[in-house]
Design a protein around this ligand. Structure first.
Ligand code: KG4
Ligand code: ZN
Length: 385
């Protein structure tokens, strides 16, 4: 589909020559997991409207996301959010539709992609299918204060930590490359599983984070994982920590906690120690990766990037090292459509558009299944980069 306007700017890497290129005013749609979200962004990345409908109440009784319930919620909520966006900012000037294609829950993704494709097709708008991780990678460069998006300095190092991913990425020379990965559970997943075992509710990350403020982080010690790492990938592993923390909680008393609303002090100490350990392990590769890749900025994104201890420690690290640390506002750490709209704009800027009649969704990150030399994941060029 031909695009209006002059050639677009590069996101990573050198700026395009003048005349200043234009990116499209975009409608973003996110439905990959348990948040239904719609956003409208100006071409310069200014967030005009960022609507997120959480499904937490629907899934909370099951202590995790129920895929069928999630898909139904998206189906009911997307039209309502779209009407709300129309009311708040108007949709007449929309020039591009961006939607998450994967990875995520396939039923939920199909609701979002069909909705977006139908909208784009009915209005003859260009459509960009976006990888959910592309969204998390651009989110640190967005603002919710009415400011335009920043360009990512090249090279940049970004830690993506969510319910499904835990990896450092290098954004350099127009590519996003994962530098490491988790060998088992993701960081957000272990917060959720510990909280579920304790009976604290779902999602566990924010609850554990809050309770940890009242505990002693030095009360419990956890041994670091023994990972064979001949290639120096600096991979993570969190499942041993999860099991050890749940074992330690059981040793303190019966689980789930009889009164999860007011856990006893030893449990508060345990969650504080757990949070400290996750932050320690997530930040452990930072010095080495910075020495190897010399990033101009270090960023973090994904739900776990909302963690108070992790944020404070990253900022302190940046001040010590004299490296800029960029953290998205909390509302943009968890899933949202502003990041999807931005990733779609950058994709469209490279002419990478999708035919609304043929847009497919995918449940798994294709690069996670692949294995390259030294056991590192092989990652194709991140679309949008
Ligand atoms: O990015 P996100 O909304 O969805 C995925 O792409 O997975 O991340 C959700 C994850 C959940 O595991 C949630 O428990 C975790 O992020 N999370 C946190 C915090 N806020 C959300 N984990 C630790 N501390 C937090 N403050
Ligand atoms: Zn996410």
């Amino acid at each position: 589909m031909p695009l209006p306007g002059p050639p677009p700017a590069a996101f990573f890497g050198p700026r395009a020559p003048s005349p200043e290129p234009r990116l499209f005013r975009a409608l973003g749609i996110e439905s990959s997991c348990d948040e239904t979200a719609i956003a409208v962004l100006e071409g310069d990345g200014t967030v005009r409207c960022n609507l997120v409908s959480s499904q937490v109440a629907a899934h909370a009784p099951y202590l995790g996301v129920v895929p069928e319930l999630a898909a139904r919620h998206h189906l009911e909520t997307l039209p309502r959010l779209l009407a709300e966006a129309e009311r708040v900012v108007g949709l007449d000037g929309i020039e591009l539709v961006a939607v998450t294609r994967g990875p995520g829950l396939i039923g939920s993704l199909l609701v979002g992609t069909c909705f977006a494709a139908a909208y784009a097709w009915a209005r003859s708008l260009p459509l960009a299918g976006v990888d959910h991780l592309e969204g998390h990678l651009v989110s640190p460069f967005l603002s919710l204060d009415g400011a335009p998006a920043r360009d990512a300095p090249d090279p940049a190092l970004t830690l993506v930590i969510s319910g499904g991913h835990s990896s450092y990425f290098l954004l350099a020379g127009g590519e996003a490359r994962p530098l490491n990965r988790t060998r088992d559970d993701a960081a957000g997943e272990v917060f959720d599983k510990l909280a579920a075992a304790l009976g604290l509710g779902y999602p566990g990350g924010p609850i554990v984070d809050r309770l940890a403020e009242r505990g002693d982080p030095a009360a419990f010690r956890f041994s670091p994982p023994q990972i064979k790492d001949p290639a120096g990938a600096l991979d993570f592993s969190f499942s041993g920590l999860k099991s050890a923390a749940i074992r330690a909680a059981r040793a303190l008393g019966p689980l789930p906690l009889p009164d999860p609303m007011s856990p006893p002090q030893p449990v508060l100490d345990l969650v504080a120690s757990f949070r400290r350990t996750v932050a320690d392990w997530l930040l452990a590769p930072l010095d080495e990766l910075t020495a190897r890749h010399r990033p101009r900025v270090v960023a973090a994104s994904g739900g776990v990037a909302g963690n108070r201890e992790l944020r404070a420690r990253l900022v302190a690290w940046g001040e010590r090292r004299g490296i800029e640390v960029l953290l998205p506002p909390i509302a943009l750490t968890t899933d949202n459509a502003a990041m999807i709209a931005r990733a779609g704009q950058l994709r469209a800027a490279r002419g990478r558009l999708d035919d609304p009649r043929a847009l497919t969704a995918y449940p798994r990150a294709p690069w996670k299944a692949a294995s390259g030399p030294g056991g590192k994941p092989v990652f194709p060029r991140l679309p949008g980069a």
